[in-house]
Design a protein around this ligand. Structure first.
Ligand SMILES: *[C@@H]1O[C@H](CO)[C@@H](O)[C@H](O)[C@H]1NC(C)=O
Ligand SMILES: *[C@@H]1O[C@H](CO)[C@@H](O)[C@H](O)[C@H]1NC(C)=O
Ligand SMILES: *[C@@H]1O[C@H](CO)[C@@H](O)[C@H](O)[C@H]1NC(C)=O
Ligand SMILES: *[C@@H]1O[C@H](CO)[C@@H](O)[C@H](O)[C@H]1NC(C)=O
Ligand SMILES: *[C@@H]1O[C@H](CO)[C@@H](O)[C@H](O)[C@H]1NC(C)=O
Ligand SMILES: *[C@@H]1O[C@H](CO)[C@@H](O)[C@H](O)[C@H]1NC(C)=O
Ligand SMILES: *[C@@H]1O[C@H](CO)[C@@H](O)[C@H](O)[C@H]1NC(C)=O
Ligand SMILES: *[C@@H]1O[C@H](CO)[C@@H](O)[C@H](O)[C@H]1NC(C)=O
Length: 526
């Protein structure tokens, strides 16, 4: 025991303080020096290591380009949960030099439990060790067809549970143990960092594994999964009912007119609707006016306007009652395949509906268990039943909507969520509703959990609005220095600065340069 400790101390000194050489790297980055982790209900099948050099070319999320060659030990732990017939690959990247003593858990997107290597690079370039898991299935974000159903169309519940939460808790355990073994000391702190599916993962960790991470950055979270994935199909259903499929140039024209009408409601004309709730623009006022960038020129029809109005309204039952939220005015409706009222056209007057793949996949694979089902055959009432079935069967697994965060709070955890108000995929109102439900249970939630809305920002990144420049560092400051974020810094793609305010506060313009964050203060309303 003593000898082992001494050895790891020597190795730690070698690995983290001194300049490393390939020979030293090969010695420390070896299964002989890294103990296999012990995973609850898990059986390790293999632990492989590669001293790696990785050409990091900058972060997609923040748009910063900071190329550098990263040197780290690339560890892959392959394991199974006996009886579940799963095989999970969990990756840990351990920087050879200058480890900051922190572990980062890196989240996925869509159906992918982890992101690609660039996100792991984002962590290593900041001197974190980082862990990510494939959750037992291929890292493919837009469909689940390679794993969700067996030959008899039974749902692979083991892999769904791995994706939903089990592999995430395992990854925290593995990341901590491998970091400890490699550096000879455990991480001082562990942080989760993710958006979309990664945001959902952060929240389910806070809900079910409150000690897995000290700090969590859970952006644009795919919580309420069984509800919002069905609601994402609503715009396509509306188009099928109306037998009208507006071209992107038409919905873009309506979005542009909406932004023009509601931009200045916050006192600043910057191409961004800061408060969609104050925007009561009715797209029906545009009927008969030209959609300027369509070629040939084309006027907006009553049915086009209706598609937009009902996309904003959100999923409604056959009897008209509320079932789920819609997009905010100002969010793009048809932006590549990743949007909800997307159409595919041979000309701007001859289009067909193109459902968002993740939503169509959820309904066909998990709810109907019929990959060849024709979604255009839905009649009024069908989506009511699909939603009810989706929630009844899957909410307890992947709903991620439990408002009880008391155990996370007691453990001293701190969490930030931000959500773009022009998110074109995940309805920001679902995140608002969750936050209010947490608050209803615990009015002091701002002591450990804060929510920031980002006007004009699309799903996770892009859009005319200002996106947070480094929200994870705000979490780190909160955990390690007790500095609760009163606001977080944000920047537009063209360099204009803003602050984002803790919900329900909003950033109100105080006069001065509109591009300077000092011109804004967090206040109760515009
Ligand atoms: C472990 O993984 C490595 C790298 O993929 C492979 O070369 C090795 O054969 C595997 N070992 C076992 C026991 O499966
Ligand atoms: C890390 O190791 C895994 C498993 O051997 C391999 O597939 C992957 O390409 C490696 N990545 C880097 C950056 O070395
Ligand atoms: C790293 O990638 C960039 C961009 O692809 C490329 O220009 C550069 O040559 C690469 N550097 C190395 C050392 O491979
Ligand atoms: C286990 O999973 C593999 C695919 O990963 C599949 O081919 C096999 O049929 C499964 N076995 C059982 C008993 O479900
Ligand atoms: C990573 O460590 C190096 C060496 O200590 C340091 O120069 C660099 O600033 C660190 N990066 C970050 C983001 O802290
Ligand atoms: C659009 O409507 C205007 C009248 O509002 C009409 O003059 C024009 O011909 C229409 N354009 C098309 C392409 O239908
Ligand atoms: C409307 O339909 C929904 C979903 O089918 C149902 O839950 C609700 O009770 C109905 N409301 C009324 C007023 O009939
Ligand atoms: C409209 O598009 C369909 C394919 O979606 C094509 O088969 C048809 O020929 C097109 N009609 C016209 C008038 O371009």
């Amino acid at each position: 025991m003593f000898l082992k400790t001494l050895t790891s101390l020597v190795l730690a000194a070698t690995a983290s303080a001194l300049a490393t050489t390939p020979a030293v790297e090969a010695r420390v980055c070896s299964p002989r020096h890294i103990a296999p982790p012990s995973i609850p209900d898990g059986l390790v099948l293999n632990l492989s290591t590669v001293p790696a050099s990785y050409n990091y070319t900058g972060s997609e999320t923040t748009g910063t380009v900071d190329p550098s060659i990263l040197h780290f030990c690339n560890v892959t732990v392959t394991y199974t949960h006996p009886g579940k017939n799963d095989t999970i690959h969990t990756t840990v990247w351990l920087p050879f030099a200058n480890w900051n003593g922190r572990l980062q858990g890196s989240g996925g997107g869509g159906y992918a439990t982890r992101s690609d290597d660039t996100k792991l690079g984002d962590a290593v370039v900041k001197n974190y060790s980082v862990v990510a898991t494939d959750g037992g299935h291929a890292v493919v974000s837009q469909t689940s067809t390679t794993w969700s159903l067996d030959a008899d169309n039974n749902v692979n519940m083991a892999l769904l549970e791995d994706f939903a939460y089990i592999a995430l808790a395992d990854a925290a355990t593995i990341g901590k143990q491998i970091s400890h073994s490699f550096y000879g000391r455990p991480p001082r702190h562990a942080y989760w960092n993710g958006c979309s599916t990664g945001g959902r993962q952060g929240l389910i960790l806070a809900q079910r594994f409150p000690t897995a991470y000290n700090g969590i950055m859970a952006a644009a979270p795919a919580i309420n999964w069984p509800s919002f994935l069905v609601a994402e199909y609503w715009p396509q259903f509306v188009m099928n009912q109306l037998q009208t499929y507006p071209a992107t140039c038409v919905t873009d024209a309506i979005t542009a007119a909406t932004i023009e009408a509601c931009d200045a409601l916050d006192g600043v004309s910057d191409g961004v609707i800061s408060s969609p709730d104050l925007c009561d623009f009715d797209p029906r006022t545009l009927v008969g006016t030209p959609a300027h960038n369509c070629t040939p020129a084309q006027n907006i029809t009553r049915k086009d306007a209706e598609v937009v109005r009902r996309t904003w309204e959100g999923l409604r039952a056959a009897n008209g009652s509320f079932l789920w939220y819609g997009l905010n005015p100002g969010a793009p409706l048809s932006r590549g395949a990743s949007s909800l009222a997307h159409t595919t056209c041979t000309s701007s007057t001859n289009c067909t509906g193109t459902p968002f793949p993740i939503s169509a996949d959820w309904i066909k694979q998990f709810v109907l268990q019929d990959p060849s089902f024709d979604l255009t055959s839905f009649v009024p009432g069908d989506l009511d039943r699909i939603l009810a079935s989706s929630k009844a069967r899957y909410n307890h697994i992947i709903g991620t909507d439990n408002p009880d965060l008391s155990a996370f709070k007691r453990a001293g955890g701190k969490m930030i969520t931000w959500h773009g108000l022009a998110d074109q995929l995940i309805f920001p109102k679902g995140t608002e509703q969750y936050y209010r439900r947490v608050e209803a249970r615990d009015p002091t939630l701002r002591d450990f959990y804060r929510f920031f809305e980002a006007p004009g920002v699309y799903h996770c990144h892009d859009g005319p609005g200002a996106f947070p420049t480094d929200p994870l560092s705000a979490v780190v400051d909160w955990v390690e220095n007790g500095m609760a974020p009163e606001s977080i810094d944000a920047k537009t793609a063209d360099g204009s600065e803003r602050v984002l305010c803790p919900y329900p506060l909003v950033a109100v313009y105080q006069g001065g340069d509109v591009r300077d964050k000092a011109s804004y203060e967090c206040a109760k309303g515009y």
